[in-house]
Design a protein around this ligand. Structure first.
Ligand code: NDP
Length: 284
């Protein structure tokens, strides 16, 4: 391997220390930051994500509330709980863990969250604000990626950035952030004709697909910064990213691992958004 590694755990640890200090300062002023998490159904991956988010809150001095509903719950019950949390002045962030069971209108659920408490940044109002270059809350995964790039002083102005994946959660907001930072951005997806043609041009390559090791070393420009957002479970139970780490790390200049890369950063930025929301509420 010749690429330098961005260690998401180490970067998270240093950022979380600063966040814990901000949370403690708020608590001293009588405003303990609080995140409410809603989980519907028993999806094992979602349960793990929620558990990790709640544990991270606890360590950072952020209070958390967790509501878990069975998959067959009446959506009206979830909407009623969101209304209650919207109205509670002691709750600063509300997060509904995705994916929701198919019976749910996920968009309607996200729109029901008060945009001032939408710490995932998925509400249409917050998506629009990001698009206009005036974000209120930056979606946590792309926010974490931007912090990783910043930590290494990666040049963004004028850089060719290629994102593989166009989801509302990762690909699209990632494109908006890199565009705002001065990159020339290409977004690839399942209908892209010659994926490798695009990825080989990338100074910054972000993979957010959900297909194990699909980006191989021959698709990477020598010296590029490669950010692997993908989390895939292999038949042997191990996790791997969308990037074939062994071949890509021989070509890239900087690379993120899976696990221990973007994953911990996502949770860190959730804490950052929650504390930010509490600071706004407390009137900084
Ligand atoms: P989605 O399934 O919503 O989106 C996947 C995207 O990949 C789609 O835009 C799809 O294109 C595109 N795609 C699929 N196949 C190909 C292909 N062969 N070539 C090019 N593009 C393709 O996934 P998410 O964005 O939610 O997540 C992506 C990955 O990131 C997953 O592995 C997920 O687990 C992980 N993830 C990790 C997080 C973290 O904290 N590290 C947080 C969130 C997600 P199309 O739109 O045309 O269908």
């Amino acid at each position: 391997m010749s690429a330098q590694l961005i260690d998401g755990n180490a970067l998270s640890a240093s950022l979380r220390a600063g966040l814990a200090a901000r949370a403690a300062a708020l608590t001293e002023r009588g405003v303990t930051p609080c995140l409410a998490v809603i989980l519907v159904g028993e999806d094992p991956a979602s349960s793990v994500y929620v558990r990790n988010k709640v544990a991270a809150c606890e360590k950072a001095g952020v209070r958390s509330l967790k509501d878990v509903y069975p998959a067959e719950v009446d959506p009206a019950v979830v909407f009623a709980r969101i209304s209650e949390l919207n109205a509670d002045p002691d709750v600063h962030g509300i997060l509904v863990q995705l994916p929701l069971p198919r019976r749910f209108d996920a968009e309607a659920v996200l729109e029901a969250i008060d945009p001032e408490k939408d710490v995932d940044g998925f509400h249409a109002e917050n998506v629009g604000a990001l698009m206009q270059g005036k974000p209120r809350f930056i979606p946590c995964t792309p926010y974490g990626v931007m912090e990783m790039l910043k930590s290494r002083g990666v040049t963004l102005k004028g850089a060719e950035a290629v994102i593989v994946g166009r989801s509302n959660i990762v690909g699209k907001p990632m494109a908006m952030l890199l565009l705002a930072a001065g990159c020339t951005v290409t977004v690839c997806h399942s209908q892209t004709r010659d994926l490798a043609f695009h990825t080989r041009r990338a100074d910054i390559l972000v993979a957010a697909v959900g297909r194990a090791r699909m980006i191989t070393g021959d698709m990477v420009k020598p010296g590029a910064t490669v950010i692997d957002v993908g989390i895939n479970r292999l038949p042997d139970g191990k996790l791997c990213g969308d990037v074939d780490f062994a071949s890509a790390s021989a070509v890239a200049g900087i690379i993120t691992p899976v696990p221990g890369g973007v994953g911990p950063m996502t949770i860190t930025m959730l804490l950052a958004n929650t504390i930010e929301a509490a600071e706004r509420r407390a009137g900084r």
